[in-house]
Design a protein around this ligand. Sequence first.
Ligand code: 4AD
Ligand code: MG
Length: 484
Amino acid sequence: MKIMRTKIKDVLKGDLINQSVNIKGWVRTFRNSSFIAMNDGSCINNIQAVVNYEQINPETLKRITPGACLSVTGKLIASQGKGQSVEIAVEHIEIYGDAESDVTKPNSYPLQPKAHSLEYLREIAHLRFRTNTFGAVFRVRHTLAYAIHKFFNDKGFVYLHTPIITSSDAEGAGEMFRVTTLDMKNVPLTDSGDIDYKQDFFGKSTNLTVSGQLEGELGAMAFSDIYTFGPTFRAENSNTARHLAEFWMIEPEMAFYDLNDNMALAEQMLKYVISYALEHNKADIEFLSQRLLDEEKQKPQNERSELSLIEKLDFCLKNDFARITYTEAIEILRESNHNKKKKFQYLIDGWGADLQSEHERYLVEKHFKKPVILTNYPKDIKSFYMRMNDDGKTVAAMDILFPGIGEIIGGSQREERLEKLESRMKEMHIPIEEMSWYLDTRRFGTCPHAGFGLGFERLVLFVTGMTNIRDVIAFPRTPNNCEF
Ligand code: 4AD
Ligand code: MG
């Protein structure tokens, strides 16, 4: 009788004890010609399959190597060994795929059972899902994505798919990847010597989107509450552990929300998805928490984090985020010993400066020791669409800063007053005619509204305790790196 395959996660629950089971997966280790540790990605834990090597064809035995893919059938029994409560007494093994384990041979399996550095694993990102760490990270990433959809769905938000190819620069920062089908060796020019985009695929110059917000606002003006969740692209040449050229962003946009409503929603959403992951990926997060502790042990005592990953997540759930204005933040920073002792690379001497990540992290990690929402930034360091405050100097912006991460969310109340928006766009040299479709929201039934953008990978960094953003997206794209 053919036995149906069961996922390892379900087999490990133990309900099938004393029954025949079939599992399929990849070999992690094979010890003493007897103990096969198998994993199928359904959970962090392996199942142990015990072979009686007199029963199994020696040719088959030789092919059980790390990385090989097997189908294993046998009786589920209580385990004598420590580390697992059940194991499989193997009756039959079918080999689906071999993996050469002799490292002196060409094309041997690069993931031998030993600790590999994250840097090495980044070079073999196509195989790193098969390690404990990346298995855990990508299961948590999945859960967070699901939790985000669930959070907004439960609140009646409409998931809007905004375009990937666009002709507008939503953030006005000009850090865009061009999209073209023009022949690079023979670019058509106009009479005045400019590139003739009329001859390009879309008949105009186009690029990959840096944000779905402007289109999102159009949706909010009809559905009241929408969110986007998609890839965004930025050609900023920042080779840091927090920046990707291709990253995923969640952008809710809500009619009738002011800045306070916006902050409340953002805080509620972050807490919801973090607690959802803690509840549904407990084993993965416990593994990642332990991993981080081991990593911290390598550091000098005074650089070690005071809280474990799980404590850090719990702390974030149990405490209200601090809320301060940009002006208050500048005061705190200017008066800080850090500033006086010139420990900042960029010293704070006055109002108006953009905050660097060292300042954001000082506020969060040293001063408040919890997440911080910074509001009401100077208009000159923020985007054109943010609502002008009555002081004429600041805009209704909000950034949420997280420990170890810095900015995780950027958002604002939007400028809903047509004249004010137009004059701001003129000041900032935003092409008003081309953006006529956007201004229509202010022409036809405008209303107060607000929204924000959550950098998905920065959220995954926080929840997994990983420290490099390249390790929380499957195939990272960064300057000079577009492998796989
Ligand atoms: O602050 P940003 O640029 O805001 C916007 O794009 C707005 N349109 C959002 C909105 O109001 N709808 O980006 C939002 C978030 C940042 O806080 C950060 O978490 C993330 O996106 N982010 C990046 N993540 C990884 N790599 C990059 N290069 C990122 N740039 C921004
Ligand atoms: Mg920002």
